[in-house]
Design a binder for this molecule. Structure first.
Ligand SMILES: [Ca+2]
Length: 114
């Protein structure tokens, strides 16, 4: 009897702890490192990522971005060509650019830089 109660307690504790850890990791990832919009900041279709993308056509966002937001203390480079080639602009850390100039509707790849 006592053993059963202890087992129940142990299971409850484990699920409470894992639940708390799960919540922590979710809130840490609430804001993506990079968000691209095809319109103004916060408007239109968007693409979010925490990883480098060598070819935005693979995610249906090639040559579409018009506004960029970079979060989480990083600096990212956005390239006109796929595989991180051609003209580029740097955004961040923690910066939103509503008009990306010559790369408007031309961004094809992106990665974090130092
Ligand atoms: Ca392009």
């Amino acid at each position: 009897m006592l053993t059963q109660k202890l087992t129940v307690l142990a299971v409850l504790s484990a699920s409470l702890i894992s639940g708390a850890m799960h919540q922590t990791s979710v809130s840490a990832q609430t804001v993506p490192d990079v968000t691209l919009w095809d319109g103004q900041i916060g408007r239109g279709a968007s693409f979010k990522t925490n990883k480098a993308v060598a070819d935005l056509s693979e995610v249906g966002f090639n040559d579409k971005a018009s506004a960029i937001q970079v979060n989480n203390g990083q600096k990212w480079r956005f390239y006109e060509g796929k595989n991180f080639s051609g003209a580029y602009i740097d955004v961040g850390p923690d910066e939103a650019v509503g008009s990306i100039g010559q790369l408007n509707n031309r961004v094809s790849s992106l990665k974090a830089i130092r």
